[in-house]
Ligand binder design. Structure first.
Ligand code: HEM
Length: 232
């Protein structure tokens, strides 16, 4: 499949709010936990014991239940010139119930960009595959969705050569719902093109997570301990 140029211009957030000066940095608050917008309820350590996964197997589909440990910790504010992000560094580790072996592992950042009212997810999985997905949100949103499409230069998917020919990921979307009661949940769809199948495969994952531990304040936060660690 070739890149779809229309994706670059029609997607929300493709026009940024920053103007001509690409060097001057804004004032950032050192207190990330107080500035995470719609990501604020997700900070901390989480567990979900009733995840569901639908993935491809030879000649068909398999469904599994999984147990997930999802940790999201605040990082110091990050700038690209005038662009400012507050964010959470995350790691999720998934096993099948009662097993030790990793079923799925994923690391990355959830970022909130207040000026653009945009949530961005950078996602890396050890199949040698990366995704940068984003979507619009308001600071007080309790639901938001991030998307990425194969071929896009700004919200895209890149896979290693074997995956690219055998299980090409053509799109990714993840919908998050946060609750006031120490829970959040997600539904995610990873669409795969698999040789020999007449339709794209919808690899689906869902889980509801409950808080099992608080976040650790970012290094620059008033209660964070360290005095200066820019770039952390
Ligand atoms: C809760 C999240 C996820 C779980 C539990 C999960 C689990 C699985 C499982 C069990 C397979 C079958 C193949 C195997 O066992 O090696 C698979 C295949 C695959 N997954 Fe996921 N996955 C998740 C999320 C994702 C995400 C977010 C992506 C990429 C954006 C992704 C990309 C793929 C690809 C490309 C394959 C095909 C490769 C193959 O079948 O060998 N998965 N996944």
């Amino acid at each position: 499949m070739s890149p779809n140029p229309s994706d670059e211009t029609s997607a929300p957030g493709s026009v940024d709010p920053y103007g001509e000066d690409i060097y001057t940095e804004p004032e950032a608050s050192p207190d990330t936990l107080a500035n995470l917008g719609p990501l604020a309820p997700m900070a901390g350590i989480w567990e979900g014991v009733k995840g569901t996964d639908v993935h491809p197997v030879v000649g068909g589909t398999e469904q599994d239940v999984f147990v997930e440990h999802y940790e999201l910790q605040p990082i110091d504010p990050q700038t690209n010139g005038p662009q400012l992000f507050y964010g959470l560094r995350y790691h999720t580790h998934i096993v099948k119930p009662g097993e030790v072996e990793t079923f799925h592992d994923q690391v990355g950042y959830w970022l909130w960009e207040p000026a653009a009212k945009m949530v961005t997810l950078s996602l890396t999985i050890p199949r040698a595959q990366v995704v940068l997905a984003s979507g619009p949100a308001t600071a007080d949103a309790t639901e938001f969705e991030v998307r990425a499409t194969f071929g896009s230069a700004i919200r895209g998917i890149v896979s290693n050569p074997f995956l690219d020919r055998s299980f090409r990921t053509t799109s990714f979307r993840m919908r998050v719902v946060t609750g006031p009661d120490g829970t959040w949940s997600y539904e995610e769809e990873t669409v795969l093109e698999i040789p020999g199948r007449d339709a794209p495969f919808s690899h689906l994952d869902h889980n509801s997570l409950s808080r099992i531990g608080p976040p650790t304040p970012n290094p620059l936060a008033p209660t964070g301990g360290a005095t200066t660690r820019p770039g952390t």
